[in-house]
Design a protein around this ligand. Structure first.
Ligand code: ZN
Length: 249
């Protein structure tokens, strides 16, 4: 059997400890719920990491042993140590995939990847409906989906979302209140692939929804590292036998 994709699901893990409603929806934490449904796919193995663990659970060899890192954070972005953010960023450049979920848009790592104020957007929390449209039906991240996904109750995120133009925009959301949002954005940085996926407010059972789980699974497969060539940098000899200027004269 082919090597499994090693996924680390990172979660801030604060809401679940403080808010009973969130704890009821995600008794094992949001990270636990995501790891659990991913683990059911035979080509994936998961581990979890959370903010309050030493080095936020990302110390030692964890990142080296991670093919795709999933990131959920909301209230404590500033508590994530810069040193760890830099480690994650360097691993992305080296080929690790990153999937940023929902309020992870304001995380240090996503802001570093974007180079913009990606924490800037419109929002509203009244439990309205979201319809997420697939706009790239040939993209691997939408495999197995219908033309759109409906989530009955969400927190709204609206444009303008201050991100760099995605290399591929896979989903656009429409909200009952009238706004639209770029909900599925693909980027590459170095050898690494990055996917931002909007759904996942903590007080709604969004990560229990089958189509949302399918998108995250597809995104893991899309974002996994590729065993490509090692580029050689710096001054090099020509591959062909080239007559230099001296020989010509
Ligand atoms: Zn939220």
């Amino acid at each position: 059997m082919a090597k499994k994709i090693r996924v680390t699901v990172w979660n801030e893990y604060r809401h679940e400890k403080r808010n009973e409603k969130v704890a009821q929806i995600y008794p094992k934490g949001i990270h636990g719920a995501i790891a659990e449904f991913l683990q059911k796919y035979p080509d994936i193995e998961t581990r979890t990491a959370t903010l309050d663990e030493p080095d936020h659970g990302l110390g030692g060899d964890v990142l080296d042993d991670t093919d795709v890192l999933i990131w959920w954070g909301h209230t404590a972005h500033e508590e994530v140590k810069d040193e760890i953010v830099n480690k994650v960023y360097n691993r992305i450049l080296d080929g690790m995939g990153l999937i940023v979920l929902h309020s992870g848009h304001a995380s240090k790592i996503f802001r570093k990847v974007c180079g913009t104020n990606s924490d800037q957007l419109r929002w509203r929390e009244i439990g309205e409906m979201e319809r997420i449209w697939v706009i790239e039906p040939g993209h691997p991240i939408v495999e197995g989906l219908d033309e759109y996904i409906e989530i009955p109750h969400v927190e709204m995120y609206g444009e303008r979302f201050d991100i760099p133009a995605p290399e591929t925009l896979v989903f656009i959301s429409w909200f009952e209140g009238g706004e639209v949002f770029r909900s599925g954005c693909c980027y590459t940085r170095g050898k690494g692939k990055i996917f931002y996926f909007r759904p996942g407010h903590e007080t709604f059972p969004i990560y229990h929804q089958k189509e949302i789980q399918r998108v995250i699974y597809n995104a893991v497969r899309w974002a996994k590292p590729v065993d490509g060539p090692k580029p050689i940098f710096g001054n090099v000899e020509p591959l062909e036998n080239i007559r230099g200027e001296q020989e010509l004269s």
